[in-house]
Every structure is written in structure tokens, then in C-alpha cells.
Ligand binder design. Structure first.
Ligand code: DON
Length: 310
């Protein structure tokens, strides 16, 4: 195993990056899901978990928020584990796409979503899980994500209800996917599994543990729980690396060089393969819908600690 030589101690670097970015107040908290707008905008937390189980936290690392799209790679890993790569690949591709997260477009060659990081792909994954598990789909997702976090992740019903009341675009995507034969279950039910998955409450600390579980090839470094299989983790990290930032994925790969995923609730995870999971919370989003200081923090840590994959 090759290990990156850390150029400065991690906790020191996290504190310095946190202090440097704390005064930045650009961007807005998401409001297209109305309940998200209630989040105090200037919270900022960083957490990191090494694959040997060392946890470090700075700032608002224990403040709860909803996981949103950061759930997508973990739901994908669960589907790969439960249903196998062939079944999952038949339903959703692994192709980066230069469109935003809520694109309605399917890959014209396959009539399947381009990848599991865009909403269409994540809803396809929720559809596969609903076909296979019925009413157990959401509880199974909740249990597996909780195992990855080493904590019980609860549903934020206010955020769930708010998204359910306004999420017609995602419902439209779910209908389109069933019409294309991606899954058989009722689209309204499938999209509700997806909304529940997105409304799970986490902290930056939880995200660091979840990312650390991917970094440690599927076993939770804090609890020792075996959460995901090796092949599921490999495919998941590959799509996080190539598709995690939607239309900004190529730029991210060059600048930061880490598999990562953001969510409109303010969360970001980044994974240093076999070494470290990072979790960030910062609710103000940039124009593309990514947590602005979350991205800057990952970029600064990658640069200062030499974490880039290449
Ligand atoms: O489907 C949605 O719009 C939200 N539940 C999640 C979107 C999201 O987090 C996109 N992330 N960058």
C-alpha cells in the first residue's frame, strides 16, 4: 500500500483551514426545498477519520443537517452489495455527464440514467431497491447508512415533508424511469424512498466516519463493522471520482484529486483511498448548488497535505 506523506499534521491543517475560511459568507442556503432555508447559514464544521480510527473535529462538526445527495454513493454501494453489479449496471450507467444534478436527460444509447450521482441515477437505485425489498427499502437504506456512520441516522420529517410537497421534478424523473423499464415499482413510492434517504440527519462527524468507511474499503474504522464489500466500494469510489461533482467533475478531479460528493444540505464527503475520510458541513451553496466553503476546505486540505490521488 502506498501512503501519502502528510506535509503537516492533519488536525493542525484542519484548524488552520477552518479559521481561514470561517469569515467567508458568499453563497446562499438552499431554498428550493423550503425547509432547508431554516438552517443558520454560517455554521462550519470539519471532521476527519483515519482508516486506523483516529477522529479529528473542528468547529460545528456535531451540528445536524440533512444528508441529501451525499447519500447517493452509499445507496449505490448498498445496491451493488445486495443486487450485484450486473443488475445495477443494467439500470444505471457509470458515465460522467456535463449536466446539473437534476437533469432529466437519459443516456440516448441505453435509455438509462448516465450515472448514480445525478438525481435520475439515484432514483433508479431507489427503484431497484424498492423492486427488491418493497417496504423494507428505506429501513434497509437507513440501517446500512447508519452502520457506515457508526450512529443511528434519523429521518428529518420536516425536510422530508417539504421535499415531498415540492419535488415534482423528481417525481417526473421517476415516472420517466419506470416508462423506460428501469424499475417496476410505483414511481411515487420510489421517489419517496429517495426523499427519505435524502432527509436522513447527519453531522460532519458522521460524514467523516461514512467517508472513512469507504476509505477503509468498507469496514468502519471506529466500530469495526463490515459495511460494504470490496467490489461495491471500488465501483462507488470510481463513480464518485468521475461523476461526484456533476458538470464540475473534471475540474474537481484535476484541482482536488479525491473521490467526493456534495449535498444541498451543506454536506461534503471526500475520500483519501485507504487513508482518510473527510466530512464538511457548510450550508451556503455556490451557483452550482455545492457547499462553497466545503469545496474550498477539501481543496485546501488536498493541497496542503498532498492528498491528491496523482
Ligand atoms: O433531489 C434533490 O433535489 C435533493 N434531495 C438532493 C439534491 C442534492 O443534494 C444535489 N447536490 N449537490
Amino acid at each position: 500500500m502506498t501512503r501519502t506523506k502528510l506535509r503537516m499534521p492533519l488536525h493542525h491543517a484542519m484548524q488552520a483551514v477552518h479559521a481561514r475560511l470561517l469569515p467567508r459568507h458568499e453563497g446562499q442556503v438552499a431554498s428550493y426545498i423550503p425547509a432547508l432555508a431554516a438552517m443558520p447559514p454560517d455554521l462550519f464544521g470539519l471532521a476527519a477519520l483515519s482508516s486506523t480510527g483516529k477522529l479529528m473535529e473542528v468547529g460545528d462538526s456535531r451540528h445536524p443537517f440533512t444528508i441529501q445527495s451525499v447519500s447517493k454513493p452509499f445507496a449505490y454501494a448498498l445496491a451493488l452489495d445486495l443486487l450485484g453489479r450486473r443488475a445495477v449496471r443494467d439500470a444505471v450507467g457509470v458515465q460522467p455527464v456535463g449536466d446539473p444534478f437534476n437533469t432529466i436527460e437519459l443516456d440516448p444509447r441505453t435509455r438509462r440514467p448516465f450515472n448514480p450521482m445525478v438525481n435520475a441515477g439515484a432514483i433508479a437505485v431507489a427503484g431497484l431497491l424498492t423492486d427488491a425489498l418493497g417496504d423494507r427499502a428505506f429501513p434497509t437504506l437507513q440501517a446500512r447508512l447508519s452502520l457506515a456512520a457508526g450512529a443511528t441516522l434519523e429521518l428529518d420529517s420536516a425536510v422530508h415533508d417539504s421535499e415531498a410537497a415540492t419535488g415534482d421534478r423528481n417525481r417526473a424523473i421517476a415516472y420517466l424511469l419506470r416508462a423506460a423499464g428501469v424499475f417496476r415499482a410505483d414511481p411515487v413510492r420510489v421517489v419517496d424512498v429517495y426523499f427519505r434517504q435524502c432527509a436522513l440527519r447527519v453531522t460532519a462527524r458522521d460524514l467523516a466516519v461514512m467517508a472513512g468507511t469507504l476509505a477503509a474499503i468498507g469496514s468502519n474504522p471506529l466500530t469495526g463493522a463490515e459495511v460494504f464489500g470490496v467490489e461495491a466500494v471500488r465501483d462507488t469510489l470510481s463513480v464518485m471520482f468521475t461523476c461526484g461533482f456533476y458538470d464540475g467533475a473534471g475540474d474537481w478531479a484535476c484541482r482536488v484529486g479525491l473521490p467526493a460528493k456534495s449535498g444541498v444540505g451543506g454536506g461534503v464527503v471526500a475520500v483519501v483511498n485507504r487513508q482518510l475520510g473527510l466530512g464538511v458541513f457548510s450550508p451556503r451553496l455556490d451557483a452550482e448548488g455545492n457547499p462553497l466553503r466545503g469545496l474550498l476546505a477539501c481543496e485546501a486540505l488536498s493541497e496542503e497535505l498532498g492528498l491528491h490521488a496523482f
